[in-house]
Write a protein that binds this ligand. Structure first.
Ligand SMILES: [Zn+2]
Ligand SMILES: [Zn+2]
Length: 310
């Protein structure tokens, strides 16, 4: 019996099947007695960067550097390069799961770790999608996600969030869709990775990944045309929700405050212009524009382009 069918039968026979919490409710992934076993590779090897959360294919030593953090878009932490094992990351940590809408959850490592981004889980009738990824996964979270339909595919906006993608894909036996223009940033090879080319990739239920470039050459966004009664855009760092939640920003580096050139912002504008959306969900806490997001996007593009015109 394979893993999925075992879990399915266990859930059906145990009467512990979970009912998702109500919208906007935050909860821990407490799932009763059922446990989805994870086969995390090399749990005790120091192969995870403490600053960016990228996991590497092999163990690292104190003299090894992290190319993701050495890149001018990132930084090395104040304590220098630190490598951790999965077990060290896992100590005292769990994953907070919040149901934002009937078809949308967010997932966040807690206490916070590395870049501290969130991932989003999109619930859709033809299969759920994990948008972006986090540098941790535990059995409670995997079990809970299985109980609400699992994950049919993982799509990641850009390399800062590749993190523990290989383990997430193993746990859910699903593909990871990455844009091929960022393939040089893949640090942890996985048989589940599927590189794609071009301007967009259709998934199912009219959901598609759209290449916008900008922050990274292969940066993408996820378009949900049937989000509730309207539509939504899930963005990584190429379209970054500002603190006022009335605008978005377009930067090459956020921690090092390096702006994008005019041509990059015009390309983002061109790729997003055909998409209808009412809300935007960003990768960090509080980054939500709940309505009128297309207008916010257009105002923000105009504000940027005005700067280049003076
Ligand atoms: Zn790093
Ligand atoms: Zn980034």
């Amino acid at each position: 019996m394979n893993r999925k069918s075992f879990l399915h039968k266990s859930l059906l026979s145990s009467s512990l099947l979970l009912v998702p919490e109500l919208a906007h409710n935050t909860f821990s992934a407490a799932v009763g007695k059922i446990s989805m076993k994870l086969a995390i590779r090399d749990r005790n090897q120091k192969n995870i960067c403490a600053t960016c959360g990228a996991r590497y294919a092999s163990a690292k030593t104190n003299t090894d550097t992290c190319p993701v953090c050495q890149d001018e878009r990132q930084y090395v932490g104040n304590n220098g390069q630190v490598w951790l094992s999965y077990n060290e990351v896992a100590k005292g940590r769990s994953i907070r799961i919040t149901q934002l809408q009937p078809d949308l959850y967010d997932l966040k490592t807690t206490p916070s770790f590395a870049i501290d981004q969130k991932a989003h889980l999109v619930i859709s009738k033809s299969g759920n999608i994990l948008w972006d990824c986090i540098p941790f996964l535990d059995e409670q979270t995997a079990t809970y996600i299985h109980s609400i339909g699992g994950i049919k595919a993982i799509a990641i906006s850009h390399p800062h969030y590749y993190s523990l993608m290989a383990e997430w894909a193993n746990a859910f036996d699903c593909p990871i869709y990455l844009h091929e223009q960022d393939k040089q940033w893949i640090q942890d090879k996985s048989e589940h990775i599927r590189l794609w080319k071009g301007e967009k990739m259709e998934l199912w239920d009219d959901i598609k990944i759209v290449h916008v470039a900008g922050h990274f050459a292969g940066s993408t966004v996820l378009h949900l045309p049937h989000h509730g009664t309207k539509s939504a855009l899930l963005t990584g760092d190429s379209i970054y929700v500002a603190r006022d939640r009335k605008h978005v920003s377009f930067m090459y580096s956020y921690p090092n405050l390096i702006p994008l050139p005019k041509q990059a912002i015009e390309l983002i504008q061109k790729r997003v212009e055909p998409l209808a959306f009412d809300s935007i969900y960003g990768a960090f806490e509080g980054q939500v524009i709940p309505s009128g997001a297309k207008g916010a996007f257009n105002r923000s593009v105009a504000r940027y382009l005005n700067i280049f015109n003076v």
